[in-house]
Design a protein around this ligand. Structure first.
Ligand SMILES: CC(C)(COP(=O)(O)OP(=O)(O)OC[C@H]1O[C@@H](n2cnc3c(N)ncnc32)[C@H](O)[C@@H]1OP(=O)(O)O)[C@@H](O)C(=O)NCCC(=O)NCCS
Length: 121
């Protein structure tokens, strides 16, 4: 995948944007991303994920797109907030990492919310 526009034209993404995972219902999509450390903070995750939202909602007819991140992963949470996904809650201590449990923040967007200004509150 290549980002379009300006200096980014034709350059491969310095990381991975996970394609929508296959869910039990075909109208549900999970969003994920990973970028090389030297590429962080340049808007790549937000820009490429925006393209995935457009694809999911406008082309593939998705009903819901969601993502999750470790509760300490502020960058990832920020990306989902910038995309307009709503914080839906925290899955408490459901992941075992080496020697302790970790919690995840869940974000989601429904088709009817795509392209609308974020709800207040
Ligand atoms: C998470 C990740 C994909 C973000 O990629 P990115 O291209 O740097 O993201 P963007 O530049 O689009 O946006 C990052 C936002 O986080 C903000 N941010 C960075 N560090 C932050 C911190 N410590 N606290 C809060 N926000 C932070 C940036 O300022 C930016 O927001 P802004 O545009 O409002 O300033 C990247 O850090 C990464 O690959 N991390 C390792 C893998 C990972 O954690 N993937 C997600 C798994 S859930």
């Amino acid at each position: 995948m290549a980002l379009r526009g300006g200096e980014r034209e034709q350059r491969p993404l310095p990381g991975k944007l996970l394609p929508y995972g296959r869910e039990r219902l075909p109208q549900l999509g999970g969003l994920g991303y990973w970028f090389a450390r030297e590429a962080w903070g340049r808007g790549y995750a937000t820009e490429s994920s925006r393209a995935m939202l457009e694809l999911g909602f406008r082309r593939l007819g998705f009903h819901r797109v969601w993502g999750k991140c470790d509760e300490l992963n502020a960058q990832s949470a920020r990306v989902m907030e910038k995309l307009g996904l709503r914080y839906e809650g925290t899955l408490r201590e459901h992941v075992w990492l080496r020697d302790h449990f970790r919690s995840s923040r869940i974000y989601g967007m429904l088709a009817g919310e795509y392209g609308r200004p974020p709800a207040q509150g």
